[in-house]
Design a protein. Structure first.
Length: 95
């Protein structure tokens, strides 16, 4: 996982006017926006690897508190990993 320090080191070698882009929905690249978000890591197990490893803190707690006998039992209830952290999130502009 990349840290802010590593990102700054890599960006410091570039033209400060270079655009920052992220991958497009299906192909290509798009402009992005930067957000600073408090997130919580989740262990979702192998059956949910298509979902992101992190959620907002409230959403992560909601998911981890679900009834394992409910509908989510088909894929398992995620468990919280460690403590919440502040993260930089780059998203496609308009998403």
């Amino acid at each position: 996982m990349m840290s802010v320090r590593e990102l700054i080191e890599q960006l410091s070698e570039l033209d400060p006017e270079a655009p920052i882009l992220v991958t497009g929905y299906e192909s290509g690249f798009e402009p992005c926006i930067l957000s600073v978000v408090e997130v919580q890591e989740l262990d979702r197990g192998d059956d949910q690897e298509y979902l992101g490893r992190f959620e907002t803190v409230d959403e992560a707690r909601r998911q981890a508190a679900q009834d394992p006998q409910g509908w989510v039992s088909m894929v398992g209830v995620p468990t919280l990993v460690g403590e919440p952290v502040t993260a930089v999130v780059l998203c496609r502009d308009g998403r």
